[in-house]
Design a protein around this ligand. Structure first.
Ligand SMILES: [Zn+2]
Length: 204
């Protein structure tokens, strides 16, 4: 089972990808993980872009992804989370593998902004919480490592609006390309309900 998860920031896409990957015993490949776990020459190349605040070029990302999906933990399949993020990437992806289903988790901009502005990250371990959807047990303290929680600088309404604009303009057009294998889920529902619906619809 090879899946792509698509949704705006705040839709819970990453959380759902994690849950579904466990249920289906397939790998969860997020763009962040993809770049973090590479080594050697490729890592230097990728870091040179990231350190300058630039996007890693499509060709390089695909090269890394191509090697990643032949690793043993991907033999049952995988979920791509955060990739492809534009038509050009989707077209290259088609050349290296065949995707079975694309899961779109929808959320309107207003709610996305509300959710992302309530996001908190742990200074120590990087765990992410949300004061609305996934609050920490103790206020401003990480459940996992007891580290201090903080709000990321770019999680303010203006920056979030910019990212949503790019999502609508560049990522959403991919959905048309995959319309025959597309599953659309309402991201306003709670985490468990969304996961249940995804699993049901995948099996149909
Ligand atoms: Zn922590």
């Amino acid at each position: 089972m090879k899946l792509i998860f698509i949704g705006p920031q705040g839709s819970g896409k990453g959380t759902e990808a994690k849950i579904i990957s466990k249920k289906l015993a397939i790998s969860h490949i997020s763009t962040g993980e993809l770049f973090r776990n590479i080594t050697g020459e490729l890592k230097e190349k990728v870091n040179s872009y990231i350190n300058q605040g630039e996007l890693v070029p499509d060709e390089l990302t695909i090269k890394i992804l191509k090697e990643r999906i032949i690793e043993p933990d991907c033999k049952n399949g995988f979920i791509l989370d955060g990739f492809p993020r534009n038509i050009a990437q989707a077209n290259i992806l088609d050349k290296i593998t065949k995707i079975n289903k694309v899961i779109e988790i929808t959320l309107n901009d207003e709610l996305a902004i509300k959710r992302i502005s309530s996001r908190l990250s742990c200074k120590k371990c990087g765990a992410v919480f949300n004061t609305i959807t996934n609050p920490p047990e103790k206020e401003n303290i990480c459940d996992k490592c007891k580290g201090e929680l903080y709000r990321r600088k770019d999680d303010n309404p203006e920056e979030i609006k910019k990212r949503l604009f790019i999502y609508h303009k560049e990522t959403e057009p991919i959905l048309e390309k995959y319309k025959d294998i597309l599953i659309t889920i309402n991201g306003e529902q709670d985490i468990e309900k969304i996961a249940k619906e995804i699993l049901e619809k995948i099996k149909e």
